[in-house]
Design a protein around this ligand. Sequence first.
Ligand SMILES: [Cu+2]
Length: 113
Amino acid sequence: MIRRRKSVLALLTVGLACGAGAAVASIDVTRHEIVMRGNSFTPRDLTVDLGDTIVWKNVDIVRHNAVRAETFDTGELRTGDSNSWIPADTGTYRYRCTIHQRMRGTVTVATKP
Ligand SMILES: [Cu+2]
């Protein structure tokens, strides 16, 4: 299980995303990054807490996406692009890159202990 705890970057990202700014410092956000490189997701299996943000970032030289039907779709990401998803429910979510059929990953969402 790989976990990354909250960071200043996460708070900045949320602040920019909502554009409000005032109460940003009090938001408890954990941001997890999944890197797309070498036609694979790293980490391939990620466990997060409900309410966390998952970011896919493509650092590969080809386009990728991360898709789970009816749940999330990052859209095609070019080199350096990223997109995120905040799960609305717990569970195990298997997903794939629809461009490269063998490029797969899993996000497991659990409630905070
Ligand atoms: Cu791909």
